[in-house]
Design a protein around this ligand. Structure first.
Ligand code: EPU
Length: 438
């Protein structure tokens, strides 16, 4: 098991550089299966989820190689099988992108049901609705999704819920389909736009990504090329919040300020001073944080993936705050752990009411998922009275490259204790359990 051990109380100061976006990378790597050529994907975060997705496409006979730490070369000129039923495919949520990519390329696919972070039911009915609308037959049996079609034909698809995964998956299936596909009520997240830009760079015709309506004009073939992934909005937001809670002064570099607008707006409401440049945001913390209310929503709303981190900030604000979780059914599971630091939070369904306290105290915590783990790190950075120990830190590594090193460079006291063998087994077991629950 991997642990992060944090002695809180240090003000974070200096610069931190944001890595490439995890949720763009885990979609773009499968998207490269559509390319009859060689793709060099730059600014890939070197994190567990990315490594697992590239392992999953390796099992299809595709050649993948990290030619530099953050550059992955994918040669998908030859793909030996359309079946991704190996164990590794089920270990990450994003393996569902193999469905759209392989269906798009071969018009047939078999993929083991995805695992991933556990915060309630994570259906894929909208993905399936999209594939069926394009003309595929989809059967789910014994944990395997099987889809096939003689040909895929462009059509109009209205998503009943705004889903990042369904929007991207339908885009993947549609780029090589015949005719025009229109996705209505599409997700507008920055990584949806990034996947569209990647596909367009390789010869696809995808228009309107970043709006409610995406139009995909099917082409016969995609060609290889180079692409650089956008910065990670959630990693950037996590560092912004870490700076704000510790009384710090941190410049978060290599981000896209427009992606951070909902986060900056909330921090400003809390009294934080935000200065934006072309590709950086400087965060200067106030003496005390003011309370505020937050509702998570699809982009451009406040991101659900920053909700746990925000809950920690609000826990030390001067007054009462409220968070409404507007995306996931069950994303307050971490609150019980967080309360061990003295945070005062009451949850009722999708609403958390937070009474600010004057300080958090150090505790032994267990990360329940990736973003909950990041929230616990933020709590540890301000907790007083000793060391905060965060168990299951391997969850945090799924999404944050070099988090410990980055925080130490900003002046935090963070060390790590690792038992790699146990770590791998624990992670695998938890993901298997989540998969059974999905
Ligand atoms: N939903 C359905 N049916 C579907 C798909 C989704 O009802 O077919 C519902 C979900 O239950 C949820 C909502 O729609 O209530 C949004 O789900 P979405 O499909 O947008 O989520 P996702 O694609 O599975 C991605 C990110 C998550 C992030 C969500 C929301 C990846 C690999 N994961 O998940 O990121 O929370 O979008 O922004 O892109 C994380 O990075 O920690 C993480 C969990």
């Amino acid at each position: 098991m991997s642990q992060l051990i944090i002695k809180g109380g240090n003000k974070l100061q200096g610069d931190v550089i944001v890595n490439g976006a995890k949720n763009a990378a885990v979609a773009i790597i499968p998207a490269s299966l559509l390319v009859d050529g060689v793709c060099e994907i730059e600014n890939i975060p070197y994190i567990d989820d990315v490594i697992r997705v590239s392992e999953a496409i390796d099992t299809l006979g595709v050649s993948t190689e990290f030619i530099e730490k953050n550059t992955l070369k994918v040669d998908a000129r030859e793909v030996l099988t359309y079946e991704a039923t190996e164990e590794c495919a089920s270990k990450i949520r994003a393996s569902y992108y193999l469905l759209g990519a392989l269906l798009g390329r071969f018009k047939k696919v078999k993929v083991a049901l995805p695992g991933g972070c556990n915060f309630g039911v994570r259906p894929i009915d909208q993905h399936i609705k999209g594939f069926e609308a394009l003309g595929a037959t989809v059967v789910v049996e014994h944990g395997i999704i099987h889809a096939w079609a003689d040909k895929l034909i462009g059509t109009q698809i209205y998503l009943d819920v705004v889903s990042v995964g369904a929007t991207i998956n339908i885009m993947l299936a549609a780029v090589l389909a015949e005719g025009t596909t229109i996705i209505e009520n599409a997700a507008k997240e920055p990584h949806v736009v990034d996947v569209a830009n990647f596909l367009n760079m390789m010869g696809a015709v995808v228009k309107g990504a970043g709006t409610d309506t995406i139009r995909i004009l099917g082409v016969e073939k995609l060609h290889g090329g180079k692409y650089s992934i956008i910065p990670d909005q959630i990693e950037a937001g996590t560092y912004m919040m870490a700076a704000a809670i510790t009384g710090g002064d941190v410049t978060v570099r290599n981000l896209i300020p427009e992606h951070m607008e909902s986060v900056s707006a909330k921090l400003i409401e809390m009294g934080v001073v935000i200065d934006e440049g072309d590709d950086y945001i400087r965060v200067r913390a106030p003496e005390t944080l003011k309370p505020t209310n937050v509702k998570t929503l699809p982009h451009p709303g406040f991101p659900t993936d920053l909700q746990p981190q925000m809950a920690v900030l609000l826990s030390v604000a001067e007054g009462t705050s409220m968070i409404v979780e507007g995306v996931w059914d069950n994303r307050f599971q971490y609150i019980g752990e967080l309360k061990r630091t003295g945070a005062q939070i009451n949850v009722d369904g999708r609403v958390a009411v937070i009474e600010g306290v004057s300080k958090l105290t150090s505790a032994k915590l267990t990360a329940t998922d990736l973003r909950a783990g990041a929230a616990m790190v933020i709590a540890g950075l301000v907790a007083t009275g000793g060391e905060t120990i965060i168990n299951n830190a391997q969850y945090i590594d799924r999404g944050y490259e070099g988090i410990q090193e980055n925080l130490v460079a900003l002046g935090a006291d963070v060390r790590r204790s690792v038992d790699e063998d146990k770590d791998r087994k624990l992670c695998d077991n938890v993901i298997e359990i989540n998969c059974k629950q999905a």
